[in-house]
Design a protein around this ligand. Sequence first.
Ligand SMILES: Cc1cc2nc3c(=O)[nH]c(=O)nc-3n(C[C@H](O)[C@H](O)[C@H](O)COP(=O)(O)OP(=O)(O)OC[C@H]3O[C@@H](n4cnc5c(N)ncnc54)[C@H](O)[C@@H]3O)c2cc1C
Length: 448
Amino acid sequence: MTQDVHIIGGGLAGSEAAWQLGRRGFRVRLSEMRGTGERSPAHQGDGLAELVCSNSFRSDDDEKNAVGLLHHEMRRCDSLIMSAAAKAQVPAGTALAVDRDLFSAEVEARLAALPNVEIVRERVDTLPDTGTTIVATGPLTAESLAGSIGRATGADSLAFFDAIAPIVYRESIDMDVCWMASRWDKGETKDYINCPMDKDQYLAFHRGLVEGEKTAFKEWEADTPYFDGCMPIEVMAERGVETLRFGPMKPVGLDNPHWATPEHPNGRWPYAVVQLRQDNKLGTIWNMVGFQTKLKHAEQVRLFRTIPGLENAEFARLGGLHRNTFINSPILLDRQLRLKTAPHVRFAGQITGCEGYVESAAVGLMAGLMTATQLAGGEWQSPPRTTALGALLSHITGDAEAESYQPMNVNFGLFPPLHDVKKKQRKEAYTERAKLEIAPWLDALTPA
Ligand SMILES: Cc1cc2nc3c(=O)[nH]c(=O)nc-3n(C[C@H](O)[C@H](O)[C@H](O)COP(=O)(O)OP(=O)(O)OC[C@H]3O[C@@H](n4cnc5c(N)ncnc54)[C@H](O)[C@@H]3O)c2cc1C
């Protein structure tokens, strides 16, 4: 069979992309290296769309939860991953959890039943020079292909590890305690949100970092390097009680106006400062600068809420450090997930810098739809930014800050804000708006 599209990687994203194309009649070659005797260190079997860790697709609540809304939108796009999940569902309260073997078998059977989808067990070592291609090889892309991607994108734009600092919703930061300023600010570039600490607060916080429970690296991650500038905050803290005050928590040049006195009308420098930097163009989410960490998630929430001004912080993402191959999509990809320098190649799944099973599948779904539209000679319309699909796509392909780009789950911080709606009703308002605005986009999709 000659192919219209070559999809590399039969994980969540690649399988979903193959389904979207296959059911629209396009000929797909789906190359998956498992089944050749080779596997990534996390995969256990050879089935397509293997869930490498948890068996949960997280919350299925499409009224108050962004990932639940993403489920809803994917179902409306006839997602293979969502329908296989329904078939393999196991009880898990409001979460959507599955029997992972049944799930994988269902995905594979549905794809195998499409006569125009050819599943080939092979490892692909280089990016094809020609031909419509979707690369969906995931966070543990085989080394040879990763090398080829690195050569095509520039080594600086391909990461092999993430170093995730927590991200906080802007509206949950107490600005009666924090203030906007850049270090040595003369009033012109108030780019950072600053959280002030006195000496006792700093010492208690330092102790919390050193003593807090950490997540261990997996055996095959043991050689995870601590690059300059992304060392975990607790490792830095272990080097000495003053290290952070000369590093990310340096207070110099930061007059706190809330501490102004007649002698110090501009305020005084705190003993230590936690800084947050804007993380998306909407200004709705802010990352804690230099706070990449392997502290356990519950520990992060507890400890970071002791930071003055963050007592009620809501986190769009918590910190982490993992082996994870991903590209700097906001710089490298166009709005249709195509490599700007080689537009016959699209990227999909976690390698684009989204995070999570559902998000990876959702980006695979969109890559499939984009490719189908292109092959049919149509004009692609992105899903509205007010939808979960649109918010995720906008984040990956342009809205995220490229300089600090790190993997991201879907969350309401990626949606255009609804400031006029009361906070209590905001989540429902986001999902209601999304459900309304996705309808005309669905109607205009290339039919199956
Ligand atoms: C250890 C670990 C645990 C995770 N746990 C969770 C979790 O619990 N919940 C969650 O939501 N997310 C989790 N993730 C994150 C992520 O969502 C999943 O990894 C998800 O599977 C990504 O989907 P994907 O389709 O992009 O990649 P994958 O599902 O990994 O699929 C990529 C496929 O490409 C194949 N491949 C790689 N290189 C080649 C090549 N050169 N040629 C041909 N085939 C190739 C691989 O064998 C694989 O089948 C985890 C990630 C890791 C690494």
